[in-house]
Design a protein. Structure first.
Length: 264
């Protein structure tokens, strides 16, 4: 005799299906990129592995909500995303004075300037000023990068507890043993007041980073200069670190209106 599912089990199953549908819809939206502004039903089926009927149903829902826009050539980002983009811009855009400091730093040091904040086991780029040089390193605003390597990661992980460091290490190609290396990097960055990385995440890429503090003394972000390793000599690293510390201190003194809000 088959036992009928309880109300709690039925509710949990329904909730799980709802979460899965939301994830699938988001997976479809993430297929749209600068290099591919249009996707077809066939593209979505091939890349998500979902049944065509499921894809059609999800696409129709996204289109009705204005998140996708159907054209003869395929589906593009819908006008409904403009509202979200506007809200995100208002919430995350740094104040003009802070942007000016980043612009001046990029022009002075001729390397790309980034501001990162930590979220769980990732760091997110919330602001950038590109290097004026043809050969440069660029991360798009909103990109998520791992915390298991990189100068900014070493700064942002300073106050991480053992459990979080372990999760970061497990997300790396090196697994749990990487925890020891992370601890060594963090201690070195704390002692020096800045962090350096050479080819840790991408071969030929280097970076120098310093912490940006809240007025209460907590690390809320990392300010970095990044570019080709061949330009990050020991002499330049020392100069970059000194300039970064000066700019970060002024940012700390001024505070951020966004995205860190009242924590500053």
């Amino acid at each position: 005799m088959t036992k009928a599912p309880t109300a709690a089990e039925t509710g949990a199953e329904s909730e799980s299906q709802g979460v899965r549908s939301v994830q699938r819809a988001l997976d479809i939206l993430t297929l749209l990129t600068d290099d591919r502004p249009l996707v077809s039903i066939r593209d979505i089926v091939e890349e998500t592995g979902l049944a065509k009927t499921t894809v059609i149903r999800l696409v129709q829902t996204l289109e009705q909500c204005g998140l996708l826009w159907g054209t003869a050539a395929g589906y593009m980002a819908g006008p409904g995303l403009w509202r979200w983009a506007h809200l995100a811009s208002r919430s995350w855009e740094l104040p003009p004075e802070t942007q000016r400091m980043m612009r001046d730093l990029a022009a002075r040091r001729r390397e790309t300037v980034n501001v990162y904040v930590a979220r769980d086991i990732h760091r997110i780029c919330i602001a950038q000023r590109e290097s004026p040089q043809p050969l440069r390193h660029v991360v798009h605003i909103g990109d998520e990068l791992p915390l298991w390597a990189g100068a900014a990661a070493k700064v942002l992980l300073r106050n991480a507890n053992a459990g979080r460091l372990l999760r970061v290490a497990r997300s790396s190609p090196y697994g749990e043993p990487h925890t020891k290396r992370l601890q060594e990097w963090i201690e070195e960055a704390t002692r020096q007041g800045f962090a350096v990385s050479h080819g840790e995440r991408e071969e030929g890429l280097s970076a120098v980073a310093v912490p940006i503090f809240s007025r209460s003394g907590a690390i809320v972000a990392a300010l970095s200069l990044s570019g080709p390793t061949l330009r990050f000599t020991d002499e330049h690293v020392a100069e970059f670190a000194a300039d970064l510390r000066d700019v970060a201190q002024r940012m700390t003194e001024r505070g951020f209106d966004h995205p860190l809000g009242s924590s500053l």
